[in-house]
Design a protein around this ligand. Structure first.
Ligand code: DGL
Length: 268
């Protein structure tokens, strides 16, 4: 359905995509948004491509039924595996987080040596490498899965000695490759930005896929004439596939806004 007054749909495996929703809300405060957190089936980052594609199709289906005008796949792992299938199958614009993040990394790098961190699935998919290489064939891309960053972010354990030790263990390999740009290729990593910045130092630019995606959403809506009029009342709806209370508790760390009226939806 293509009507500018319809909401933007955003889905993620759980709470992490709220970082993307937050960035969209700040850039486009007049837009209504429906967020779906697939909390019953999280994590996606450790699952196979086939499973993630199946989950992504069911999440997209739920949001399309609610009449969204554009779909944002906020989960990096789902973007890595399912963006082609969803773009082909749906008749609304579909945006993932990988292409916007890759574009920003290519714009930011001076040396062409780019690091990417993400879940095991995102790194295994090699999607970031492919997109970056297509944009900048002479670049060198170095990747590292950092799975422990996800539980640290959800625990709110984002600064101090434990996250710092974890970050230096994960990132030393990339620093040896003399990267000058690092893509935070997972929904949860923006929460660890301070610790990651401290670990990699001031000479490495951090690329936040959430921020880059909100810019891409704005561009896509304005190109298609689907931007909501200013001064309209923006509605925010939250759907989850598991316990709404725990989503609200953990989600507070990821969204700088109230999470109210959470509705449970069935994906069985
Ligand atoms: N949302 C996932 C991502 O950005 C991280 C959490 C998960 O593994 O499901 O890849």
């Amino acid at each position: 359905m293509r009507d500018s007054s319809n909401p933007i749909g955003v889905f993620d495996s759980g709470v992490g995509g709220l970082t993307v929703m937050d960035a969209i809300m700040r850039r486009l405060p007049d837009e209504s948004l429906i967020y779906l957190g697939d909390t019953a089936r999280v994590p996606y980052g450790t699952k196979s491509a086939d499973t993630v594609i199946r989950y992504a199709r069911s999440c997209a289906g739920i949001l399309v039924e609610r009449g969204i005008k554009l779909l944002v796949v906020a989960c990096n792992t789902a973007s890595a595996y399912a963006i082609d299938a969803l773009s082909k199958e749906l008749d609304i614009p579909v945006l993932g987080v990988i292409e916007p993040g890759a574009r920003r990394a290519v714009a930011a790098t001076g040396s062409g040596r780019i690091g990417v961190i993400g879940t095991v699935g995102t790194i295994r998919s090699e999607r970031y490498q492919k997109v970056i290489k297509a944009l900048a064939p002479a670049s060198h891309v170095f990747c590292k899965a950092c799975p422990l960053f996800v539980p640290l972010a959800e625990e709110g354990w984002t600064t101090g000695s434990v996250p710092l030790l974890t970050a230096s263990a994960y990132l030393s390999e990339l620093l040896h490759q003399e990267i000058d740009t690092l893509v935070l290729g997972c929904t949860h990593y923006p929460l660890l930005k301070r610790t990651i910045a401290e670990t990699v130092g001031a000479n490495v630019a951090l690329v936040d896929s959430a921020e880059a995606t909100s810019e891409a959403v704005c561009e896509a809506l304005s190109e298609q004439g689907l931007l909501q009029d200013a001064n309209s009342t923006a509605k925010r709806t939250f759907l989850v596939t598991d316990d709404p209370d725990s989503f609200a508790r953990t989600g507070r760390r990821f969204l700088n806004d109230a999470i109210t009226s959470i509705e449970w939806v069935d994906v069985t």
